[in-house]
Design a protein around this ligand. Structure first.
Ligand code: ITT
Length: 198
């Protein structure tokens, strides 16, 4: 089975390829199939954004695609950055700028850590405008001292529940086993296989 992943985020592609290859699924990044300008993200929820992105790309390339919307919710910041995770420090912010902004916001509150969770919504859209979705989460905490070089985004600041290492210190297969995205991908695959049996 082959699936097109509509994302501009190389970290997401790498994780999905690694996660799904053990199930015999090949993940193809959309830019290897077509050059499509990313849509504006206007949704207020992960679910809405994942749906919007998947439907937009499936209609453009006339093929089934998966798209994902994910982010980090930090308890001490009232759930921020949430759907604005990739844009926390500004529209074109880098991962490093977003991480610095998060550290700053926690320090402003006199905190060195806060409970947090990563959330992922994945939507598989068919050009005929139907689809399947799944979601996953991983609970943990964020800290103000970055550690590790793996993963992407907020991983150097995120420590999953039951771990002492940050997500950026875990090998990719370990992150994929416990992560929001890894869980959502596995659930989606299960749903696809269930439907194929019908
Ligand atoms: P696409 O919309 O093209 O998929 P994007 O990076 O803009 O790419 P999102 O809008 O879903 O994707 O934003 C996700 C952001 O949430 C991401 O850029 C990180 O800042 C954060 N994030 C999500 N999953 C993460 C993970 O596994 N590790 C670290 N940070 C993550």
């Amino acid at each position: 089975m082959r699936v097109v992943f509509a994302t501009k985020n190389r970290g997401k592609v790498k994780e999905a390829q690694e996660k799904l290859k053990m199930f015999g699924v090949e993940v193809i990044p959309i830019d290897e199939v077509a050059q499509v300008k990313p849509p504006e993200e206007t949704g207020e929820t992960f679910c809405e954004n994942a749906y919007q992105k998947a439907v937009y790309y499936a209609e453009k390339i006339k093929l089934p695609v998966i798209a994902e919307d994910s982010g980090l919710e930090v308890e001490a910041l009232g759930g921020k950055p949430g759907v604005y995770s990739s844009r926390f420090a500004g529209e074109k912010a880098t991962d490093q700028e977003n991480n610095l902004k998060l550290i700053e916001e926690l320090r402003k509150k006199g905190l060195e850590s806060s409970p947090a969770r990563y959330v992922s919504f994945i939507f598989l859209a068919f050009p005929e405008r139907y689809g399947l979705w799944s979601e996953g989460e991983v609970k943990g905490k964020v800290v103000t001292e970055p550690r590790g070089t793996g993963g992407f985004g907020y991983d150097p600041l995120f420590i999953p529940e039951g771990y002492s290492r940050t997500m950026a210190e875990l090998p990719l297969n370990e992150k994929n086993r416990i992560s929001h995205r890894g869980k959502a991908l596995e659930k989606l695959l299960k749903a696809i296989l269930d439907i194929r049996k019908l």
